[in-house]
Write a protein that binds this ligand. Sequence first.
Ligand SMILES: CC(C)(COP(=O)(O)OP(=O)(O)OC[C@H]1O[C@@H](n2cnc3c(N)ncnc32)[C@H](O)[C@@H]1OP(=O)(O)O)[C@@H](O)C(=O)NCCC(=O)NCCS
Length: 479
Amino acid sequence: MTIENRGFEIRQLVTEADAAAAARVGSLAYTFTNQYSDGTLQHFFRWVTDKQSHEDKQVWGIFHSQLDNLDDDFMNAPVSVDAKTAGEAATLVAPTPGLIAHWIHRNFKINLFGTVRSLGGLAFVGVDMKHKKRGYAKVLVTQWLKDCFAKGQYLVALHPFRPDFYGNMGFGLSSPYYDYVISPSALPKDFVSVNGAKVKGEPSFNALKTLKPTHLEEMVECQNRYSSQIHGMIQRNALSISEQAFKSKGVTRVLGYRDNSGILRGYLLFTFETTTSGGLINDLKIADLVHETTEALYAFIKFLREQDDQIRYIKLTTQETDFFRLLNDPRSGPAAGEQSGIVGFGRETAKQSIALQYKVVNLEKLFSEYFADRDFNGVDDFKLWINAEDTFTPEMNPPVLLQFKKGRVSVLEVGGNHSDKADASMYLGIADFSALVVGAVSAKLLARYGKANVEPATKLNIVSRIFYSEDSPSNSVFF
Ligand SMILES: CC(C)(COP(=O)(O)OP(=O)(O)OC[C@H]1O[C@@H](n2cnc3c(N)ncnc32)[C@H](O)[C@@H]1OP(=O)(O)O)[C@@H](O)C(=O)NCCC(=O)NCCS
């Protein structure tokens, strides 16, 4: 792996010319958008300029310092942008020369263990096709990690295109996602309420109201209250909800549920998918389901059940490991008759996928600041030496000696070897440690799989208790 001698610079992409360069590079990295032709490139250009104006995002790039002898097409080919209004002339935007790679730094808020914390996010990673395999992605991720550190984002996340690529860089897998394909009739009819009463909920035409952009503020408040109940849920802001709910020219339908005081307690975003088997067979895809209360959840469930004449399956992706328990019939709709599992007596419920990875940016700050308020399950009078090997950015994650008192943690030593002062030592990779510290996996399991080693082995129970989480992280915000 070599970075050429001609040198490079890293800076934020702020101008239209920068956006044109990012569109040239990005459209060939994200070819599924089909926006790399001369005619469609302007859509990608507009997408980047839009992102440049968002407060919670910064678009960054790596540029060649010396431009001699570089390909004209890579450097100068202008992006032709149609006029926004009739009568206005089309414009040609010349890209800033020499852009090698780009990314977007996202600034999120996330609920982890009941407290809203900052989270750095990485998105829109792309390296110019002629510059791959020269270590620029390494430069990019390293720079972003340093920027996260400077912002106090001691925990970061990304959606990988390949989990092993980012696994090598120290990113550990969150809990899995599940794609459910549910027959409407498999949804429950009622829920247990006060004194065991079974509640069916009021008619959908009373309970559910169509939400519009004028309701955005209420939706943000509702989503943020909802995310504060769910470990691992990222908060949405108005822009994020607006992009998800209202930027599809009415294709996404938006229904809200208010309680008796008129407070929005949930919303459902969905689209229709017409199948290839005929126009009369439609599926309903849930884009988001936010529910602060059981009443809100069942108002949506009732509505979805009522669609069984028109809707074949309801599609939902969730990171909730126990979602199948909600269903009357937890079998997958299309695979209801199929058998699977041990000797074929299991029934398929959902398709499992992995889609989110976390990395601890700095072990010391993670414990001295980020999780300073976290209760590590009441563990008391215990010293733990953690050596979480980070081969990608070793300087950012030296080992730490921690002290736990009544569940609270403090950092006693950083770097060197202080295992002799500890009650136990834990050795593992930073990716697995990152998954452990967000509650996606237990220390016991990591030890059983040979991914972690706790010494002495008799202390494995207490080390596992320190990081035990009642809930695994659950997030539905894609970025
Ligand atoms: C995927 C993509 C970003 C990779 O970019 P790239 O510049 O070719 O990647 P790099 O050369 O920096 O490769 C990563 C390097 O990190 C280095 N690296 C990874 N983990 C490391 C570690 N723990 N220690 C040291 N080095 C490490 C490796 O040396 C690796 O290089 P290698 O392939 O020679 O082993 C690029 O191919 C691309 O833009 N693809 C299309 C768009 C896309 O898929 N984007 C989605 C990304 S989320």
